[in-house]
Design a protein around this ligand. Structure first.
Ligand SMILES: Nc1nc2c(ncn2[C@@H]2O[C@H](COP(=O)(O)OP(=O)(O)OP(=O)(O)O)[C@@H](O)[C@H]2O)c(=O)[nH]1
Ligand SMILES: [Mg+2]
Length: 315
């Protein structure tokens, strides 16, 4: 990075282009508000409504980096009185101190919850235990009558890409459900049987039909609950970079030699990262879009360290 020259002219050209694009996106998305609710999600929501009567327990999977805004009020109204356990997944990508604050915050509320990392055996053991405990009362009724209790049926739901299918695969210890590092992988409901006493219903991710603020929308883009095409990789990368400039992690500073570059705007830093990576177009200009995609991949794989976007509400 040392001695690197940033092509300010092309940076400002890109920035001008981006401003133009932002205006049209703002209109398309309605005053900068970001929304993504394709037809298959409306169908999936109907699926939740139709199947809710068959399940004993709902596991609502959210993202630990955005604990409130990765919930979905549109789903909640279909849950009726079903017991629900809120699972905040991907703690391995979330800031530890922020997660502690969120645990305290949720502890003062009535909904049972658990923060997990789907790749940790220990996390999933606790999850299984909590789920079974939630159903103990119902099972006891069968046992008292001398009847073998029916299998416990759990529906996993939540916004896209929070790790629903991964949790199912980890619990069943096989590749029972399709998973992928992008939103919208699961397209239909699927029952997955785990032994004699547990049945899991995987469901497609469902976005809330309305996201209140542009900032919340960008959080959901950064965690890849909303696909990049909706707002464009560039806008999401600028958001992630500016967040990391504000709350820098060691991994971010080191990986992109951020301190060597001196104070830069997010766009200038993206150009500097592109130059470091030698992402050049014909003529030697930095390939800005390719760099944005690369940064998002790095961030989503956890290579830029842990960070949380949403803060606990100040009450
Ligand atoms: N770092 C990390 N990645 C995770 C975790 N859980 C799941 N993932 C990754 O997140 C991505 C999405 O996982 P899926 O299980 O397909 O998510 P989903 O909620 O089923 O997604 P949809 O079916 O699209 O709604 C995959 O790349 C997983 O490997 C976790 O705890 N930590
Ligand atoms: Mg899935």
């Amino acid at each position: 990075m040392q001695g690197m020259v940033i092509d300010r002219e092309s940076t400002s050209k890109t920035m001008k282009m981006s401003r133009k694009k932002k205006v049209s996106e703002g209109n398309a998305q309605g005053q900068g508000r970001i929304n993504w609710f394709p037809g298959h999600m409306a169908k999936a929501l109907r699926g939740v409504r139709d199947k809710i009567g068959m399940v004993d327990l709902v596991l609502e999977i959210r993202d630990a980096r955005v604990p409130l805004s990765s919930g979905n009020p549109a789903i909640e109204k279909h849950l009726k009185q079903k017991p629900r356990l809120i699972i905040f997944n991907k703690t391995n990508l979330a800031d530890k101190a922020e997660t502690r604050l969120w645990k305290d915050w949720f502890s003062q509320r009535s909904d049972p919850f658990l923060f997990v990392d789907a790749f940790s055996e220990k996390s999933l053991k606790v999850l299984s235990k909590m789920a079974r405990k939630a159903m103990e009362g119902k099972w006891q009724k069968f046992i008292r009558k001398g009847i073998n209790p029916p299998p416990l049926r759990m529906m996993l739901l939540g916004i896209p890409n929070t790790g629903k299918s991964t949790i199912i695969n980890r619990l069943t210890k096989r590749r029972a459900a399709n998973i992928g590092d992008r939103p919208g992988v699961t397209r239909s409901q699927e029952w997955i049987v785990l032994g004699k006493d547990l049945e899991l219903l995987d469901t497609p991710g469902i976005m809330p039909p309305r996201i209140e603020t542009e900032e919340q929308g960008l959080w959901l883009c950064a965690i890849h609950a909303i696909k990049d095409e909706i707002v464009g990789k560039e806008k999401v990368a600028i958001f992630v970079i500016s967040h990391l400039q504000q709350y820098p992690t060691d991994e971010f500073l080191k990986r992109y030699c951020v301190n060597d570059a001196g104070p830069l705007s997010p766009q200038e830093l993206i150009m500097s990262i592109g130059a470091q990576l030698n992402f050049l177009k014909k003529g030697g200009e930095v390939d800005y879009m390719k760099t944005c995609g690369h940064i998002l991949n790095d961030y989503r794989q956890g290579l830029l360290g842990t960070c949380s976007f949403e803060r606990t509400p100040q009450e």
